[in-house]
Design a protein around this ligand. Structure first.
Ligand SMILES: [Zn+2]
Ligand SMILES: [Zn+2]
Length: 362
C-alpha cells in the first residue's frame, strides 16, 4: 500500500487521464492520494475529486507562486476547510527561487505579499486545527522564522504539517522536524544529481517521512522528463528504503535522537577537518616563509636589499635580488629588522662539562 501525499490531478496534463491514472494506481498498489489546491478558483474542482472517489482527499490553499488570483483570507480558508474530506491547509509557504527569471527581477523585500499570504494560511490552520502543507524554495530561513513567529513550535496547540517536495539541507530538515513537521520527498530523490538530498533522507526518522509525486511534475527515474502521476510514487518509496537500508542495516526505524546525533557527529567531524586543514596550511605557510611573515613582508615593502637578501625565503620570492641567497645567514642578519629565526647564525657551542651528552637539543 502506498500513499501519494501530494499531487495535482486537476492540472491539464492529468485531468483528462483520470480513469487511466486510477487504473495505474491500483496496479502499482497506490491506494490513496491527497489532491492539492493551489488557487481558490481551483478549489471546487479539487474538492469534487475528493468527493467523487473514496481514496482521494483534498486541501484548501493558495500556492505562493500564484499571482493575479483571488487572495485568500482566514475566513475563506476556514469556510473551505470545513467542507468534507478537506484534510489540510495549503499548499502555502514561500518561493524565492530565480527572482530574475520567475519574479521579473523583483527583490525578496518586494514579496511581502507572499509572507502575508503564508501567515494567513498558518492562522487558518491554527483556527481549524488542520495541518499545513508547506512549499519552500530558496526561502527556508524565512519559512522557518515565520512559522515560529506565528506560534508553530511542535506543541499540542501547533498546526504542524508537512514540508512537501523537500529539497533543502539536513539543517533545514532538522529545524522542520523540531517544529513537529513531517518531511515529504518527491521523485527528485531518484535523480542522479540528488546525492545530497539522499543523505538528508537517510537521517529523517521513518515515522516523520512522507512520499509524494507532486505530479504532473518531477517524475521519478525511470520516467524522468515524462508526465508524472500518482502511480509512480513507489519509485520514491524504493529510493527512501534504499537510503534507510544504507544507514540502518536491517532497515530498522530511525528516530529523532538518531537524526540529531548523526547531524551533530557530522558537524563535529566537519569542524575537525576544518581545523586540520587550517593546521596544515599554517605549517606549510610558515615553512615556506621560514620565519616571521610580517618581518620579511615589511622588508619587501621597504625594498631594503640587505634585509631582504638576509632572509632566504624573501630571496626566493625576489629572484632578481642583487644579493645572493648564500649570504642569508651571516651575522649581519642580526638586526632589529630581520628577526626570522632561521636567519640567525647559531651562537657559540657550549663546552662539554663531562656529563652525558644530550641526544636532543631543544
Ligand atoms: Zn509545491
Ligand atoms: Zn504542489
Amino acid at each position: 500500500m502506498f500513499v501519494d501525499s501530494h499531487c495535482h490531478l486537476t492540472f491539464p496534463e492529468l485531468a483528462s487521464q483520470l480513469p487511466q491514472i486510477r487504473e495505474a494506481m491500483a496496479q502499482a498498489g497506490v491506494d490513496r492520494a491527497l489532491c492539492i489546491c493551489t488557487t481558490l478558483e481551483e478549489f471546487e474542482e479539487v474538492h469534487a475529486l475528493a468527493m467523487r472517489y473514496d481514496n482521494f482527499w483534498a486541501s484548501a490553499g493558495v500556492h505562493p507562486d500564484n499571482e493575479g488570483i483571488a487572495e485568500p483570507t482566514v475566513d475563506k480558508l476556514l469556510e473551505l476547510a470545513a467542507r468534507p474530506k478537506v484534510v489540510a491547509i495549503g499548499e502555502t509557504g514561500l518561493d524565492y527561487y530565480q527572482m530574475d527569471e520567475r519574479k521579473g527581477g523583483r527583490s525578496i523585500a518586494d514579496l511581502e505579499w507572499q509572507r502575508d499570504r503564508f501567515r494567513t494560511h498558518i492562522r487558518a490552520a491554527h483556527a481549524c486545527r488542520k495541518p499545513l502543507i508547506i512549499h519552500t524554495r530558496a526561502s527556508s530561513d524565512d519559512t522557518i522564522a515565520i512559522l515560529k513567529e506565528e506560534g508553530e513550535d511542535g506543541s499540542p496547540g501547533s498546526a504542524g504539517g508537512v514540508f512537501h517536495c523537500f529539497t533543502e539541507t539536513a539543517q533545514v530538515a532538522r529545524a522542520a522536524l523540531d517544529l513537529g513537521f513531517y518531511i515529504s520527498f518527491s521523485g527528485i530523490l531518484t535523480f542522479k544529481s540528488a546525492a545530497d538530498l539522499r543523505e538528508v533522507a537517510r537521517f529523517v526518522p521513518q515515522d516523520r517521512l512522507l512520499i509524494e509525486t507532486d505530479s504532473p511534475y518531477l517524475a521519478p527515474v525511470p520516467y524522468r522528463g515524462k508526465v508524472n502521476n500518482p502511480s509512480y510514487v513507489p519509485f520514491v518509496a524504493k529510493q527512501v528504503a534504499r537510503a534507510a537500508r544504507h544507514d540502518h542495516g536491517s532497515g530498522g526505524g530511525a528516530h529523532q535522537p538518531q537524526f540529531r546525533d548523526a547531524v551533530q557527529r557530522r558537524e563535529i567531524m566537519r569542524n575537525h577537518l576544518k581545523f586540520l586543514l587550517y593546521l596544515v596550511l599554517t605549517i606549510a605557510f610558515s615553512s615556506a616563509h621560514a620565519g616571521s611573515y610580517e618581518d620579511w613582508f615589511a622588508a619587501l615593502k621597504r625594498d631594503d636589499p640587505r634585509t631582504i637578501s638576509s632572509c632566504s625565503s624573501a630571496v626566493s620570492m625576489r629572484t632578481r635580488s642583487t644579493r645572493p641567497a648564500a649570504t642569508a645567514c651571516s651575522s649581519r642578519c642580526r638586526t632589529a629588522r630581520c628577526r626570522p629565526p632561521r636567519c640567525w647564525s647559531p651562537g657559540p657551542r657550549p663546552r662539554w662539562n663531562g656529563a652525558a651528552p644530550r641526544t636532543k637539543a631543544r
